[in-house]
Design a protein around this ligand. Structure first.
Ligand code: ZN
Length: 257
């Protein structure tokens, strides 16, 4: 029995380290990927880049029934990695993504991000995120006392129980967060089809992302814990599943016409 408790404790500690890596890694990677290549003046967005984005978002605004002068705040990040994002008042895209996509593909990506914004996806997913934060904070604070105390008293059973409680709660909340996020991604892809009427362009853009090779000068290699956690609880449905869904949608539109 004592061996079992010690084993459970050791395994719990190992997984706790991986979970910690995921938390730290997520902070580092999101800030680094958004700025990869920013020191190169060639990656600075030009007026032509802003004009192109403005024209595309203007067309989407009309399609969304917002009128042709309506605009969210638009940001172009000087990163060479192809990425886009939306908050509740802002849509952003990297120079890398703008260069990778033709106009129809860029319109689909921005239609996807605008759907996140117009459907308030960020606000709707904030509750599970806050819950994760609050629970993690409480568990970490109590853990700072409980885990060393149990270790010091050589109470491996209690320590194992505590560690597994922490891991279980985080895994459950990450699972919920992942499910909500994936549902939002599918909704944003559907929204982009409605706004652009061009599911094929969406499939083409995602295919380019899928075929892209990881840049050699990537400043940051994800830590093992981050890789495992992201595999277990992905924020996006797999690219291939999204591409298949968009191609199927494009085919069904074609067959109706
Ligand atoms: Zn999205």
């Amino acid at each position: 029995m004592a061996t079992f408790r010690t084993l459970a404790m050791a395994l719990g500690m190992l997984i706790a380290v991986l979970v910690g890596q995921n938390v730290i890694g997520t902070f580092i990677s999101s800030s680094q990927t958004m700025s990869l290549g920013h020191e190169d003046p060639a990656n600075k967005p030009t007026q032509a880049d802003y004009d192109r984005l403005d024209r595309i978002i203007g067309e989407l605004a009309v399609a969304a029934g917002k009128g042709d002068s309506w605009r969210p705040r638009m940001v172009i990040k000087p990163s060479i990695l192809p990425q886009a994002y939306a908050t509740n008042s802002e849509v952003g895209v990297t120079i890398g993504l703008m260069r990778m996509c033709n106009d129809a593909e860029l319109a689909f990506v921005m239609g996807h991000e605008m759907t996140h914004m117009l459907e308030d996806h960020m606000v709707k997913s904030i509750f599970p995120r806050l819950l994760v934060l609050l629970l993690s904070f409480m568990l970490v604070v109590t853990g700072i006392v409980a885990i060393p105390l149990a270790f010091w008293r050589e109470n491996h059973g209690k320590m194992a129980l505590y560690l597994w409680l922490v891991i279980g709660v985080l895994a459950l909340s990450s699972f919920a967060d992942s499910q909500i996020s994936q549902a939002n991604e599918r909704a944003a892809d559907r929204g982009a089809i409605l706004l652009t009427g061009n599911a094929t362009a969406g499939a083409d853009a995602l295919q380019k992302l899928k075929d892209m090779k990881r840049p050699k000068d990537m400043p940051y290699t994800p830590m093992l814990g981050q890789v495992i956690w992201n595999r277990a609880f992905p924020s996006h449905p797999p690219l291939s599943a999204r591409i298949d869904a968009l191609r199927a949608e494009a085919n069904s539109i074609r067959s109706v016409r």
